[in-house]
Design a protein. Structure first.
Length: 257
């Protein structure tokens, strides 16, 4: 049985008296991706925010590498967020920083280095996403496509163990999708990262067939069942992301859905 990176255990979430999530159970193994089709766009978004430790579930637990997420201890949540890449269609950048500063900020913060020390690494990642020509511009000075690629670069700069993509794929151009899919694929294959993708349409998973092994539909906040096979992680893409290192192994935790 594959070792489990993310385990969602009987998670409920209530907002303004309405159940948004109802008893969700799901496991994401190391190096694999799973898709969630949520036609409402609400339940999937809330579940990914919970997995990103940005929302606390009303009931249930999130386990990362076999350890329950301590939603009551902010200092521990901050440490976990350093390992999680969360990209949503409305994820923001810091408006008074340039794109290069936004991407480099993660390295500077997480590794206790100055921004100037990490700019070269930031430039390599922006170059990979083909937005380095805009590195000295602020988020308000670029179009939506460049903005979203910069967001992806900033989050993936963490070298994350868990990647959460919320309705972002369909908002990117074909080229942007290809770059993101290639980079995420390398994270899964070389670092053992795990992937959870939420979309309002199952058709979105067609472009992700090299990344996700299974997909499920969320209906009224519940997992309604597994969709037809999406494909399995394929071979490495031609473009090699900068700065990736081989991940380690881990013991087996939890059970797959």
């Amino acid at each position: 049985m594959a070792a489990i990176r993310l385990h969602i255990n009987d998670v409920w979430y209530k907002d303004n008296g309405k159940n948004i999530l109802q008893g969700v159970n799901l496991s994401v193994p190391y190096g694999e991706g799973i898709g969630l089709c949520d036609p409402t766009g609400l339940s999937g978004a809330e579940l990914l925010q919970i997995c990103a430790t940005l929302l606390e579930p009303t009931q249930g637990e999130i386990h990362l590498d076999g350890i329950p997420v301590p939603f009551d201890r902010e200092i521990d949540l901050l440490s976990l967020r350093r390992k999680i890449a969360y990209v949503a269609e409305d994820t923001a950048l810091i408006s008074n920083l340039t794109l290069l500063q936004n991407v480099s900020l993660g390295w500077a913060y997480y590794e206790n280095r100055s921004l100037h020390d990490v700019w070269e690494e930031g430039e390599r990642l922006l170059t990979y996403f083909q937005v380095n020509d805009y590195k000295d511009l602020h988020p308000t000075e670029v179009n939506a496509e460049i903005f979203k690629r910069a967001v992806c670069a900033r989050e993936l700069a963490k070298k994350p163990i868990l990647i959460l993509l919320d309705r972002i794929i369909d908002t990117l151009s074909t080229e942007g999708q290809t770059l993101l899919i290639s980079y995420v694929g390398k994270c899964l294959q070389e670092m053992g990262s795990s992937l959870l993708v939420a979309s309002t349409s199952a058709a979105s998973f067609a472009s992700l067939s090299a990344l996700i092994s299974r997909s499920y539909t969320l209906e009224e906040g519940r997992l309604a069942g597994e969709n037809p096979a999406c494909g399995r992680p394929g071979p490495a893409q031609e473009r090699t992301p900068p700065g990736l290192t081989q991940g380690g192994t881990a013991s087996d935790h939890g059970n797959e859905v």
